[in-house]
Write a protein that binds this ligand. Structure first.
Ligand code: MN
Length: 231
């Protein structure tokens, strides 16, 4: 097969301890998966079932890169998140078999144009412009589950210019990794190469040009992202 112009390279992430990289197919994201964050967004965490949105694979930003302040927003937010890397295909996966699909884990930042997201929410419109814009998915190196085990507990923190803004524990996830994988796989086929951003704890807030944002999860490579001037 040939193409009328050269296709772009496959987006990918480095893997700790491997020469080869992890090729990214899709990025699934869980909305409101920590109770305190659901409350700060004005929602009842006990009543709302999990829901999902996606980012394009080419929104990935590598660790230690600069992200230009994005267009069309005056309220650009960080969101610290555990990222699950899927290494095997799965459809209708039962919860107790869900971890078999996991290749590994990484630290991510679900960058959000909060003003556009909230406007979309109020008007019943899609979230894409608030969530799925260019360079909205910084993610650090993937650690293989074979090396670090499966992460159900451990601290998740985010700092901006060294000041702690988010601080929680993975055991506070309303829907844990097994449940999220199982639920997604009952709606769409999961494939090797998919990433799942599992949701952010309370404390989301603004980023401005010049900020250095660091997300850390126990046992994983921390993710550093610098915000640059508007392009
Ligand atoms: Mn998020």
């Amino acid at each position: 097969m040939s193409f009328v112009f050269a296709p772009l390279p496959t987006p990918s992430l480095p893997i700790v301890g491997e020469e080869d990289r992890f090729p990214v197919r899709r990025i699934f994201c869980v909305g409101r998966n920590y109770a305190a964050h659901a409350r700060e967004m004005g929602k009842d965490p006990d009543r709302d079932p999990p829901f999902f949105f996606t980012k394009p694979a080419d929104a990935i930003v590598q660790n230690d890169e600069t992200v230009a302040y994005p267009p069309e927003t005056g309220n650009f937010h960080y969101e610290a998140e555990l990222v699950v890397a899927i290494g095997r295909d799965g459809v209708n996966v039962p919860k107790d078999a869900a971890l078999d699909l996991v290749y590994g884990y990484a630290v991510g930042n679900d960058l959000t144009r909060r003003d556009l997201q909230l406007e979309a929410r109020e008007k019943g419109r899609p979230w894409d412009w608030g969530k799925a814009f260019d360079r909205s998915a910084p993610i650090a190196a993937i650690h293989k589950a074979a090396d670090v085990g499966h992460l159900s507990t451990g601290s998740i923190t985010l700092t901006v210019n060294g000041e702690t803004k988010q601080e929680a524990d993975l055991n506070e996830l309303i829907w844990d990794v097994q449940e999220v994988i199982s639920i997604i796989s009952h709606s769409v086929a999961l494939k090797a190469g998919d990433l799942i951003m599992t949701g952010t704890p309370a404390g989301v807030g603004k980023l401005v040009p010049g900020d250095v944002c660091v997300v850390s999860i126990d046992g994983l490579t921390p993710l550093t992202t610098t915000i640059g001037p508007a392009a």
